[in-house]
Write a protein that binds this ligand. Structure first.
Ligand code: AMP
Ligand code: ZN
Length: 479
């Protein structure tokens, strides 16, 4: 029997023995986990408790690496930040473990000391949940090794979690927390959203549409072939926003400013009419604004229309067109870009129209891909998704939610539930890792102690990461 298999069986045995020991049976008892996330530039620790369909967050904190002058995310600065923060965060989480009803020294308890020489008797976590991949190997290694150290010291198992699976399961954590806060009233026992559902993850680093069929079956239906939408909006913000508006932000994430600049009066500024059919949508694509220019709808009139229905996101055309409009402006007489850079600064009015158009085109384009995936479910006789989850930083954009709702309602999906988890649970965090760990644990997906980190790990190979190649091109033996 290959090594991977036997060590997995061993892990299963250890976990089952452990569970047996901790009666009562799975499902009716509470599961407690300490969770660690270090896949990128956020060092995050959480303590999550799951009891049936209820969830409680006892602790959920994160520290983001300061990337200094670097524009993107620097692996060494991120690693140094994890080194500085992780042990301290774990230590500060311990007093938040729930109190144990057992006496000191009993099985399943841990003594947590305070600063005054005293201590409290707390519940020992059932296992440690940790992000195993995908992400930066150096950062992941630090998290996984701290997790293993804790698990060895506390004699409990460790469970490696897929970062993107955790993002996809976040709305289930949110519903379980809401139920806990409302004393479990209403809605029966089922955790929501029910499978299958769709998640549009729109952030500074991702733009993907995932279909979650069940706990371990998640398929990336659409992903970006170039920029992530958040990155694209940040770049456009830098070009479009007036200097005095830009100076009000200490962050280079200009997405929120772009939204408030485009719609100073909020929803009453929206003038969005969704197209009623794809024919109308194509007819209305690329219609010039009052200033002569237009923002091209991706793939509609490019490459001979061959990619018109491609299940692909692409924002490079939107970004390059808008930055060029800001730089040189449009020659209305000749219906083309000016040859020379603008002499007069662009008017506030034109900037505002441009900011609105960029968002309308990009968001409607994303809605069109959600529609296509919903239509494919029908064509292939797949169970229909009842919920669309909008998550990631860009999901806090209210115009995105408006466009998505209006567009899908106009195309026959008025009953689709569109939800957006709170933003601190959409951005990288350890609560989602802890929750996913609990769901996987209850479904008896355990890991051996020799798990390794996976820089690349396809969401579609969730249970068989041994198929993934590591950085050296070697195939992993360990499951
Ligand atoms: P994340 O990567 O999930 O931390 O999200 C950060 C990204 O979301 C950045 O690119 C932000 O500019 C973008 N973002 C945050 N809020 C908004 C908003 N209201 N509108 C558009 N983009 C936003
Ligand atoms: Zn993430």
């Amino acid at each position: 029997m290959p090594l991977g298999r036997s060590s997995l069986l061993r892990a299963r045995l250890v976990a089952l023995q452990y569970l047996h020991h901790k009666q009562p049976l799975l499902g009716s008892r509470n599961l407690l986990t300490l969770a660690i996330e270090t896949s990128c530039d956020d060092t995050a620790v959480a303590i999550v408790e799951k009891t049936g369909s209820l969830a409680k967050l006892h602790f959920n904190e994160r520290i983001t690496a300061n990337q200094g002058p670097f524009k993107g995310i620097h692996p060494i600065l991120s690693l140094e930040s994890h080194e500085a923060s992780l042990a301290n965060l774990v230590r500060s989480s311990l007093p938040h473990l729930p109190k144990s009803t057992k006496l000191e020294g009993n099985e399943g308890t841990i003594k947590v000391h305070d600063h005054n020489g005293g201590y409290a008797v707390k519940q020992l976590p059932d296992f440690i949940a940790v992000t195993r991949g995908p992400g930066m190997r150096s950062s992941l290694n630090l998290g996984v090794n701290v997790a293993k150290g804790l698990a060895v010291a506390w004699q409990i198992p460790v469970l490696g979690v897929h970062h993107m699976q955790a993002h996809a399961l976040t709305p289930r954590l949110v519903s379980a927390m809401q139920r806990e806060n409302s004393s479990g009233a209403g809605d029966g026992d089922e955790i929501l959203p029910k499978f299958p559902y769709l998640s549009l993850l729109v952030s500074g680093g991702h733009t993907i549409l995932v279909r979650s069929k069940d706990l371990v079956n998640h398929k990336i239906m659409v992903s970006t072939s170039d920029y992530a939408i958040g990155d694209c909006l940040d770049k456009i913000g830098r070009a479009v926003l007036p200097q005095d508006v830009m100076e009000t932000s200490s962050s280079v994430s200009y997405g929120p400013l772009l939204e408030s600049f485009a719609f100073p009066n909020g929803a009453s500024d929206y003038e969005y009419t969704p197209p009623r059919s794809s024919r109308e949508e194509n007819r209305l694509a690329n219609i010039p604004s009052a200033f002569g220019w237009c923002i091209p709808v991706p793939f509609v009139h490019t490459r001979g229309g061959t990619k018109q229905n491609a299940l692909e996101f692409s924002f490079t055309g939107v970004e390059s067109q808008s930055t060029r409009i800001c730089k040189v402006g449009w020659d209305k007489n000749n219906n083309k870009f000016n040859k020379m850079p603008r002499v007069e600064p662009m008017s506030t009015e034109e900037r505002r129209v441009l900011a609105r158009e960029v968002m309308r085109v990009a968001f409607q384009y994303m809605a069109s891909r959600v529609l296509q995936v919903l239509e494919r479910e029908k064509t292939y006789g797949e169970p229909a998704s009842g919920t669309l989850v909008l998550s990631g930083g860009v999901a806090s954009n209210k115009f995105l939610r408006h466009v998505m709702k209006a567009y899908l309602s106009a195309r026959g999906y008025e009953n689709l539930d569109i939800v957006a988890p709170p933003i601190h649970l959409c951005t990288d965090n350890a609560a989602m890792i802890g929750w996913t760990g609990c769901e996987m644990w209850e479904a008896e997906h355990f890991n051996p102690f020799d798990i390794r980190t996976l820089g690349k790990w396809s969401l579609e190979n969730l249970l068989s990461p041994e198929k993934e190649n590591d950085a050296r091109g070697w195939v992993h033996n360990h499951s």
